[in-house]
Design a protein around this ligand. Structure first.
Ligand SMILES: NC(=O)c1ccc[n+]([C@@H]2O[C@H](COP(=O)([O-])OP(=O)(O)OC[C@H]3O[C@@H](n4cnc5c(N)ncnc54)[C@H](OP(=O)(O)O)[C@@H]3O)[C@@H](O)[C@H]2O)c1
Length: 333
């Protein structure tokens, strides 16, 4: 497996990580045995970079990852996050988000709790999941820097932060990675964030590189989602937006089929080709999909094919916001 450097502080990870969120939350049915088998297979195949957060579950995803890496800790780069607070799940649905916290004391207690759930003595990469507009970033990152000094965290990151916030944070403590949504149909980071990261020597972790599964071409109707699937609340997967987006994905599927690969592999290969400072973390809870996704690392896309993809799914063409309106307010702060 190809290795990529994240940031200029010395963190090296597999070119593709594994997103563990869907194993415990948001995306329908769960199967702990298959999820743990998927993590083990990922590690066996050279995927060293696992992504979780205290808000996935909430909390249960970190526990699952902790269980899966027991005895294999030294071969894993564990990335987790703090800052999005949720209440307990409501019956038949998911746990509502109750707020964002970047308060230093919150960061400290969240870190201790994550260490316990993950059953590790340090977190390799610790992100602030969303920027708290009520707390200056200097204070939050100051607390994260203290966690590094205390040996509880090795490297720090931010998620969905604005270019300006990244700059301010980087002055307080070197930021190793920024994690934001990035894929053929979500290209906002290209405008300001990616150039800033490249200027400052910060790595980029691309979440939802498969467009939350949509770019694999496997989702044909909103009814393909379980009743409690988060994607039912997302504007991109609703009504007319869904239909328009399906047409875009059909064109991506046609290009992939001509290449003898799956649309999901084309989507991942596209992200991998955007720069060797970018590490996608496709999410899956199944070994079958994992194998397919890892094989995308061998796919090359010619310049002509890049142009064809750009024509089929131009920047900004996806219909609908990538989050419900209330959650859009937490982005790019
Ligand atoms: N920082 C943030 O705010 C943030 C937000 C969202 C996600 N993330 C992180 O990023 C990771 C990845 O993002 P994501 O899970 O939202 O989206 P994604 O990777 O774009 O897509 C995941 C979805 O695609 C499906 N899938 C995966 N491989 C497939 C394949 N080869 N064929 C068909 N379907 C396939 C999965 O199905 P199954 O689940 O059935 O396997 C799942 O429903 C998450 O796990 C999480 O760790 C971070």
């Amino acid at each position: 497996m190809e290795q990529r450097k994240l940031g200029s502080q010395g963190l090296t990870v597999s070119a593709q990580g594994l997103g563990c969120m869907g194993m415990s939350d948001f995306y329908g049915t769960r199967d702990e045995a298959e999820s743990i088998a998927t993590i083990h297979r990922a590690l066996d195949m050279g995927v060293t970079f696992l992504d979780t957060s205290d808000m996935y579950g909430p909390f249960t995803n970190e526990e699952l990852v902790g269980k899966a890496i027991k005895g294999r800790r030294n071969n894993v780069v564990v990335a987790t996050k703090f800052g999005i607070m949720r209440s307990q799940p409501v019956k038949g649905g998911w746990a509502p988000i109750t707020g964002i916290s970047g308060r230093p004391e919150y960061a400290r207690s969240a870190c201790d709790a994550s260490l316990k759930r993950l059953r590790v003595d340090h977190i390799d990469l610790y992100y602030q999941h969303r920027v708290d507009s009520e707390v200056p970033i200097e204070e939050t990152v100051g607390a994260m820097s203290d966690l590094v000094s205390a040996g509880k965290v090795c490297y720090i990151g931010l998620s969905e932060a604005s270019a300006q916030t990244i700059r301010r944070a980087h002055v307080i403590h070197p930021v190793t990675a920024l994690q934001s949504e990035y894929s053929i149909w979500s290209r906002d980071p290209e405008d300001e964030v990616l150039p800033t990261l490249r200027e400052l020597g910060i790595g980029f972790v691309a979440y939802s590189p498969l467009g939350r599964g949509f770019l694999t071409g496997q989702i044909k109707s909103p009814d393909d989602f379980a009743a409690d699937d988060y994607r039912r609340n997302s504007p991109r997967f609703q009504g007319e937006n869904f239909t328009k987006n399906l047409e875009l994905v059909e064109q991506i599927t046609a290009i992939a089929m001509r290449k003898g690969i799956t649309p999901g592999q084309l989507a991942l290969a596209w992200v991998l080709a955007q720069g060797d400072d970018i590490v996608p973390i496709p999410g899956t809870k199944r070994r079958k999909y994992l194998d397919e996704n890892i094989s995308a690392g061998k796919v090359t896309i010619s310049e002509d094919e890049m142009s064809e993809i750009a024509e089929a799914l131009p920047k900004g063409a996806a219909a609908g916001g990538r989050y419900p309106e209330a959650m859009m307010a937490f982005l790019n702060r």
